[in-house]
Write a protein that binds this ligand. Sequence first.
Ligand SMILES: NC(=O)C1=CN([C@@H]2O[C@H](COP(=O)(O)OP(=O)(O)OC[C@H]3O[C@@H](n4cnc5c(N)ncnc54)[C@H](OP(=O)(O)O)[C@@H]3O)[C@@H](O)[C@H]2O)C=CC1
Ligand SMILES: N[C@@H](CC=O)C(=O)O
Length: 373
Amino acid sequence: MKNLPVFLMGSGGVGRQLLQHIVSCRSLHAKQGVHLRVVGVCDSKSLVVVADVLTAELDDSFLLEVCRVKSNGSSLQTLANSGVCQVFSGPEVIRKVIDIGRLGKSTGLAFVDCSASAETIGVLNQVVDFGCCVVLANKKPLTVQMEDYDKLVSHPRRLRHAVGAGLPVIASLNRIISSGDPVNRDIGSLSGTLGYVMSEVEDGTPFSQVVNAAKSHGYTEPDPRDDLGGMDVARKALILARLLGRRLNLDNMKIESLYPEEMGPDVMPLEDFLVNGLPLLDQKIEDRIKQASANGNVLRYVCLIDDARCEVGIQEVPKDSALGRLRGSDNVVEIYSRCYEKQPLVIQGAGAGNDTTAAGVLADILDIQDLFP
Ligand SMILES: NC(=O)C1=CN([C@@H]2O[C@H](COP(=O)(O)OP(=O)(O)OC[C@H]3O[C@@H](n4cnc5c(N)ncnc54)[C@H](OP(=O)(O)O)[C@@H]3O)[C@@H](O)[C@H]2O)C=CC1
Ligand SMILES: N[C@@H](CC=O)C(=O)O
């Protein structure tokens, strides 16, 4: 049986769902001859880790206990008395995580980033240097300044990541790129939240209500303004553009926001925005959608990358186009290249949600097993 050690950063909606998928897939993976050995889990403050990372693992009942504790809103620190792991908090966490990473080369350790933090890039770049694999649900480490990005992607075979939750967008693009087929245009709708918002408001539900529903379905980022302000889609567009060889930063991009600056995270606390800010936007969004409908169109938040542009924003598109037909949190991306010149390669499906995202992460972890004997 092949043994793949896994270290999980982030035990929020996606991280917990990943642990649940790992546990529920045990017999499937055993039939495939592979065992995922989870050696540690951390959140923003604490770390639980086995005493011997080379041989031990957090067993399934403990992993489910981690999920229970975190979904109750408690700290991983509460697991200190379980007797089955070591618990670290505060500045000790990073030191210990780096120590774990040092064992990467000999073990094939996979660092899985299911956090929503830009700060993990420091740790990830160190563990990549040590020979670890990196699997990302988090998009922020790939949208940092070019120097750090270049380091993170310096061993592409040891890196797996996604845009569009579990959709095989990156894997498909990598196949096209490595076959020498030049990609000249990607266009799509790559925000589950904004797709859901547009189609639900079209159906008559107020914007504020739809955004709160998207949050409770697990489609949004921890702060939905990351989605509504276009930043989350901009990150996806930047990741795709960089994959195609463009040396861009977020500052170089045109990004359209659905809320005004005075409702931004630096000005308005999240709770205030959700309760008082959002309803103030209801009418404006409804009017824009009605105007598009009067023209026989619908609004979609579109991501466009070609030789000259890398931009994201609202567009009026025909109702019967690939983008216009999109419903709910589905994403679609059309890839144009020499081989896919007139008829693009189209990838479409669920583009947000903890289940599908964690399933994609799990598939990415299993995908790296071929690197190890
Ligand atoms: N939900 C979705 O549909 C999709 C999500 N993603 C991405 O998945 C990631 C996770 O999303 P989600 O689970 O919804 O987010 P949550 O906010 O639910 O969870 C984030 C987790 O990361 C932890 N965390 C924060 N900072 C750090 C850090 N520096 N080191 C380690 N852990 C940290 C948090 O700790 P604490 O518990 O202490 O707050 C929390 O456990 C995001 O980057 C998101 O963009 C990608 C595709 C789709
Ligand atoms: N918040 C994101 C989740 C996936 O990246 C979205 O709405 O698409």
